[in-house]
Design a binder for this molecule. Sequence first.
Ligand SMILES: NC(=O)c1ccc[n+]([C@@H]2O[C@H](COP(=O)([O-])OP(=O)(O)OC[C@H]3O[C@@H](n4cnc5c(N)ncnc54)[C@H](OP(=O)(O)O)[C@@H]3O)[C@@H](O)[C@H]2O)c1
Length: 251
Amino acid sequence: MSSRKLIITGGSRGIGFEIVRGALKDGYQVVVVGKNKISLDQAKTDLEDFGAVSTCEVDLSNRDSVLSFCEAVNDPVYGLINNAGICKVRRIDENQSLDEWDEILATNLAAPYLLTANLLSKIQDGGRIINISSQLGKEGRRGYGAYCASKFGLIGLTKCWAKELGHRRITVNAVCPGWVDTEMSRVDSQRIADEKGVSLENYLQEITSPLELGRLSSPSEVAGLIRFLLSEDAAGISGRDWLMHTIWNQE
Ligand SMILES: NC(=O)c1ccc[n+]([C@@H]2O[C@H](COP(=O)([O-])OP(=O)(O)OC[C@H]3O[C@@H](n4cnc5c(N)ncnc54)[C@H](OP(=O)(O)O)[C@@H]3O)[C@@H](O)[C@H]2O)c1
């Protein structure tokens, strides 16, 4: 592996933060891409002890911002991890605004496409592309149409790119976490618990009891799978969608 540089989107918080921490421990140099300067600065401070980390402020929902970032990347890159994502809940009969639909699709699906297409010449042969999809990239859920469309789409792109880039030994995989304990899932769980009129604790018990391990995954467990996919041991694995636990599909 000649380059040790990774670009990780959404690395300032949640799952992305743990992916960055794991990658730094494994000796990679990491560029963390995020939108919010305050959370990027905080992440840099918290991660500096683990290795060579830098940050870049990019609004991934804005095409020009993504393209300017890609143009400014010079060095060869070993891997791109498309992790940043947003989730907003609106059923088909609730008149989702086109702006909201566009923001979700732009952040979760168009940005990974634009980053991958425009960084491809800088990603070295034998490199890695990892897309963070979701269990909702494999099954629908009421109210999650735009999010599901983006996450199903990301798995589709993964499978196409794996076939298109195999001749360069670039592996492309999707990781599909289920419930992971982050701000995104906490906000969502609290909202649903409130709607149901039950405590957060009872709601979490309800959603985790059908899972194999009976609990939420942790961000560092998702990062563990990504550390493996980045490693030389995973050089022969491409085009797969890695579901982390059974699909919870009761709503
Ligand atoms: N948590 C779960 O249960 C779960 C389950 C399955 C899949 N996932 C997926 O895993 C990924 C990470 O989720 P998470 O739970 O860690 O989310 P999170 O805690 O809400 O963090 C989201 C990250 O994405 C960044 N981001 C959001 N919009 C952005 C934009 N327009 N431009 C640049 N950066 C942006 C945020 O940066 P700022 O701080 O700058 O906003 C933040 O670093 C997402 O793709 C999500 O869909 C999560």
